[in-house]
Design a protein around this ligand. Structure first.
Ligand SMILES: Cc1cc2nc3c(=O)[nH]c(=O)nc-3n(C[C@H](O)[C@H](O)[C@H](O)COP(=O)(O)OP(=O)(O)OC[C@H]3O[C@@H](n4cnc5c(N)ncnc54)[C@H](O)[C@@H]3O)c2cc1C
Length: 350
């Protein structure tokens, strides 16, 4: 049943399959009486519990305060509060993530202005464009991803804390996994168990990635913050150096390529075992031709530009056809894998 949000007549649609991509409060998931399992919160001063995301305009912030050391992500850390300010466009638009007050009531614009001014430490003009609440520290995975002919994808299937930036990435991988399986079933060439393989493959990745994000969140929570940090004194300098050193250990927050590219479907009923899978590491991605993982990047010919990489040469659908057209050499330059394995491993990359 569908109903236009601006009024209008209800419509009833019939479909062979349904994908519930309707976010963290998923109507589809709740209609199936499926719970999220995992951690619903983390008691942390930074990215823990209720937070506000505030979209604001501050025309002088970059010009007068940040331009000397331009960045895109500024972390304000002191005993009075913590706030992350993200530059959306250099001159004037920003996003701030800050901890909400405990009462759970939605904040006013004036309150958000006060939070941002306290974080910036200067009296600057600010206009609030909008603010929305969200909950940090969660690592939740739906108990099932598939029920009969209904599948969940994206936040409907798993909820992240944003450390690492894995939520949307994981959801997009769900979508690419589910899309070809639904196409196979609708077109009549998918077998009876194919839809179930979506859950078998994606649910462990949801656990893996939500856990990775939560570990990064915990590391952030352990920041060695003392009252001295904003003092103009040797003790203040020491405190700032300690926080800086702690943040420097958190490079995975922005370079967790192992999480993003290294996910594997070992043990899936539709993946043939062939070769030893690489180790699963948060911050390192080891390219491999072992089926069940992303195909490694490779330049099959002499060219090194757009259209020359292995991924550019894959055909549509499965890559068997492509294999015939490609004259792959016997060895990949970064690992001694057989090209055939690499092509088979690409099944899930389509
Ligand atoms: C503060 C914050 C920072 C983040 N940063 C990152 C990041 O850096 N990198 C990253 O990868 N991810 C990040 N994420 C996570 C990312 O935003 C989500 O994982 C992603 O938006 C989920 O997409 P989705 O399509 O599954 O769900 P949603 O974006 O929630 O979309 C669901 C859609 O379904 C619609 N809908 C719901 N119910 C119904 C209904 N009954 N009928 C019709 N439509 C309905 C909603 O209106 C909505 O448009 C962040 C999240 C937060 C809160």
């Amino acid at each position: 049943m569908a109903e236009p949000t601006n009024g209008g007549a209800r419509q009833t649609w019939r479909a062979e399959y349904l994908a519930g991509c309707d976010g963290g409060r998923s109507f589809v998931r709740r209609s199936l009486a499926l719970r999220y399992n995992g951690f619903a919160s983390l008691d942390s001063p930074h990215y823990g519990g209720r937070q506000n995301a505030t979209y604001f305009r501050a025309p002088t912030l970059f010009r007068d305060h940040l331009a000397q050391r331009p960045g895109w992500n500024y972390w304000v850390v002191n005993p009075k509060g913590r706030c992350t300010i993200i530059s959306l466009n250099d001159p004037d638009e920003f996003l701030a993530f800050s901890k909400a007050s405990d009462d759970g009531a939605p904040p006013t614009d004036e309150e958000m202005v006060r939070v941002i001014l306290r974080s910036v430490g200067a009296d600057i003009p600010i206009s609030i464009i909008g603010h929305w609440p969200w909950t940090a520290g969660v690592a939740l995975v739906a108990e099932r991803f598939v029920t009969n002919r209904v599948a969940l994808a994206g936040d409907a299937a798993h909820l992240f804390t944003p450390t690492g930036g894995f939520g949307m990435n994981t959801g997009m991988d769900d979508a690419s996994n589910l899309a070809w399986k639904l196409a196979a079933l609708v077109q009549g060439w998918g077998g009876a168990g194919l839809l179930q393989s979506y859950e078998i493959e994606r649910k462990p990745i949801a656990h893996r990635n939500t856990t990775a994000a939560r570990e990064l969140n915990k590391q952030l929570a352990n920041m060695p913050l003392t009252d001295a940090i904003d003092q103009d004194s040797p003790a203040g300098e020491t405190a700032r150096r300690e926080v800086g050193a702690h943040l420097a250990t958190m490079s995975e927050e922005y370079a967790s390529i192992g999480v993003q590219l290294g996910a594997r479907y070992d043990g899936s009923p539709i993946v043939t075992e062939d070769g030893t899978p690489p180790p699963d590491e948060l911050e390192r991605y080891t390219p491999s031709g072992a089926p069940g993982g992303r195909a490694p990047h490779y330049w099959p010919g002499a060219g090194r530009g757009s259209g020359d990489s292995l991924f550019d040469r894959f055909g549509k659908g499965f890559t068997h056809g492509t294999q015939k057209r490609l004259a792959l050499p016997r060895k990949l330059d970064h690992e001694p894998a057989r090209p055939r394995r690499c092509v088979r491993a690409c099944w899930r990359a389509r």
